[in-house]
Design a protein around this ligand. Structure first.
Ligand SMILES: [Ca+2]
Length: 473
C-alpha cells in the first residue's frame, strides 16, 4: 500500500499540536461533497413544486435538511459565489460585478476550501465553482478541472449567443454537465483510494441560459401543463430601477422583440428551464449514487446550493439581477449523516455566508476570524430552533448618473429594500416594503402608505443594525 503523503501545511499544524486526528487518515473527519448549480431556483419537487421532475435532488433532501428560507447575498454569479466561498458579504469582498477578483480587496483571506486544505483535506474543484475566469488556485490541492465540452457545448453555430433554449439528440455526457458528472464519479473513485479526507466541489452550469439538454428531459413535460408566471408585471409603486424588465434572455438569438415575451414563447422557455433542471438533477444523481456505491455516504457531508434564484417571467423579467424574492431565495440542502434533523425542512432564515462557518464547525475546524456568517449546525439537529431575525442581500443599480445600492432585508414576514447612493449610504433614494404574508409575490410596494410609517421606521432601524444585529440570541 502506498504511504499517505502529508501536506506541508499539515506538518506545521501537527507540529504546533493543533491537529492530531487527521494524520491517521479520514477517520473522524467527514468528507465534503460540495455541489453548486448555476441559476437553480428553489423550484423543485422537494420545495413543493408538483410539476418539475427532480427525483434525485428530492432524494438528497430526504437524507438531510432542506432550508426553506435560504438567501444569497447578491443575485448574480460571481458576487454570490465569492461571498459564499469567502464567508464574507459583497461590501467586504468588493465583488459586485463579473470581473473583479476578491483577492484584490482580500489578498490574504482564507477561503472555505482553502481552510479545509490547510487542515489536511484534499480539496478539488471541477466545473463552475468560482465564476468563469475568476478561479482561486490556492483554494485547491490540484488545478480546477473543466469538461472538454465548452460552456455552451451543443449550441448550433451562430454569430451571436445562439438560441435561448433547445434540445439535443445525444447522450447526457455530450454536454458539459454530463461530462462533469463523469469526471466527479472518477474523482470520487480516486478519493476512495486516498487516505485523506476530501472536499470535492462540483459546479454544474445548467439550468443557466441557454436552456440546453438532451431531448429525453424535454419529453418529461407536457408544456401546456407548465404554468406561466401569475405576475408578469412590475411591482406597483416600486421605483422604476427596482427590476430591470426583460433581462438576459434577450441577448440570445430569436427571442421575440419587445420587453414582454408572448405566452407561447414564454412557455417554451420555461419548458427549456424545467428540462435543464431535470437534466442537471440526473447528473447530481449520478454523483451521489457513486458516493453510495463506494460506501462513502456515511462519512460524507453533502451540500447542494444554487447560486441565486431567477425570474421565469415574474415581474415581466427573465433574469436574476435584483433583490426580489425570486432572485435572492435559493435552494440549499445539507445532508450530514447522523444528525437528528435528517428528512426535515427548516424554516429558519439562513444566508449563504453561513455555509462556511457551518462546514468548519461540522469538520471540527475553527471559525474563521473573517466570517460574516453564523454556523447553522444547531439547525441540523433541531430545524425549528429560533434563529436569525433577518437575512440580507444587495444589488447595485445605475439610475441615470447615480450609482445606487439596493440593500434588502428579509424577515420572516417582510422584505424591506432601501435604495441608497453608493457615495453616501445615508442618502436614501427609494424604499420598498412588501408584506409577504398578504403579498407573497411582492407585487405591491407599501412603503409609502401613511399607515406603514412606523413599521418602515422600525424595519429600517433593524436594517441599519445590520447582520450583526440579526444573529440568533
Ligand atoms: Ca448563476
Amino acid at each position: 500500500m502506498k504511504m499517505p503523503t502529508i501536506p506541508r501545511a499539515l506538518i506545521s499544524l501537527i507540529a504546533i499540536g493543533w491537529i492530531s486526528a487527521v494524520a491517521s487518515g479520514a477517520e473522524g473527519r467527514k468528507n465534503v461533497l460540495f455541489i453548486a448549480v448555476d441559476d437553480l431556483r428553489p423550484e423543485l419537487g422537494c420545495y413543493g413544486n408538483a410539476i418539475i421532475k427532480s427525483p434525485n435532488i428530492d432524494r438528497l433532501a430526504k437524507s438531510g435538511v432542506l432550508f426553506e428560507n435560504a438567501f444569497c447575498q447578491q443575485a448574480i454569479c460571481s458576487p454570490s459565489r465569492t461571498s459564499l466561498l469567502t464567508g464574507t458579504r459583497p461590501d467586504t469582498t468588493k465583488v459586485w460585478d463579473l470581473k473583479t477578483h476578491f483577492r484584490k480587496a482580500l489578498p490574504d483571506i482564507v477561503t472555505l476550501p482553502e481552510q479545509f486544505k490547510a487542515n489536511g483535506y484534499f480539496t478539488q474543484a471541477m466545473g463552475k465553482i468560482y465564476h468563469h475566469g475568476l478561479d482561486d488556485p490556492q483554494s485547491w490541492s490540484v488545478p480546477t478541472g473543466y469538461p472538454k465540452s465548452s460552456f455552451n457545448a451543443g449550441r448550433p453555430k451562430s454569430a451571436g449567443r445562439g438560441p435561448a433554449f433547445f434540445a439535443i439528440d445525444g447522450p447526457d455526457n455530450a454536454l458539459h454537465d454530463g461530462e462533469l458528472a463523469d469526471m466527479a464519479v472518477g474523482a470520487l473513485r480516486g478519493m476512495k483510494e486516498k487516505n485523506q479526507p476530501f472536499f470535492l466541489a462540483v459546479g454544474f452550469i445548467r439550468p443557466h441560459l441557454p436552456f440546453i439538454s438532451p431531448k429525453k428531459y424535454w419529453d418529461l413535460y407536457d408544456p401546456m401543463k407548465i404554468p406561466l408566471a401569475t405576475n408578469p408585471f412590475r411591482a406597483k409603486n416600486a421605483p422604476p430601477y427596482s427590476i430591470v424588465p426583460g433581462g438576459e434572455i434577450h441577448s440570445y438569438d430569436g427571442v421575440p422583440t419587445g420587453q414582454h415575451l408572448p405566452d407561447d414563447y414564454a412557455r417554451q422557455a420555461k419548458h427549456g428551464y424545467y428540462a435543464a433542471v431535470s437534466y442537471v438533477d440526473a447528473q447530481i444523481g449520478q454523483v451521489v449514487n457513486e458516493l453510495d456505491r463506494l460506501g462513502l455516504r456515511e462519512s460524507t457531508i453533502i451540500v447542494l446550493w444554487g447560486d441565486h434564484g431567477w425570474k421565469l417571467g415574474e415581474h415581466d423579467a427573465w433574469a436574476k439581477h435584483s433583490n426580489v424574492e425570486n432572485d435572492t431565495h435559493v435552494p440549499l440542502l445539507v445532508s450530514v449523516p447522523g444528525t437528528a434533523g435528517v428528512g426535515r425542512k427548516c424554516p429558519a432564515l439562513v444566508e449563504f455566508v453561513d455555509i462556511y462557518p457551518t462546514l468548519s464547525e461540522l469538520a471540527g475546524l475553527p471559525k474563521a476570524a473573517t466570517a460574516e456568517g453564523f454556523s447553522f449546525k444547531p439547525l441540523l439537529d433541531d430545524p425549528t430552533k429560533a434563529w436569525k431575525s433577518a437575512a440580507f442581500s444587495q444589488y447595485p443599480r445605475k439610475n441615470g448618473k447615480n450609482n445606487l445600492v439596493g440593500y434588502s432585508m428579509r424577515t420572516a414576514r417582510y422584505r424591506l429594500t432601501t435604495w441608497v447612493t453608493k457615495e453616501d449610504l445615508n442618502k436614501v433614494d427609494a424604499v420598498e416594503l412588501y408584506d409577504r404574508q398578504t403579498d407573497p409575490e411582492e407585487n405591491t410596494n407599501i412603503a409609502a402608505n401613511p399607515a406603514n410609517q412606523e413599521l418602515v421606521a422600525k424595519l429600517t432601524a433593524q436594517w441599519r443594525a445590520g447582520w450583526q444585529g440579526a444573529l440568533p440570541k
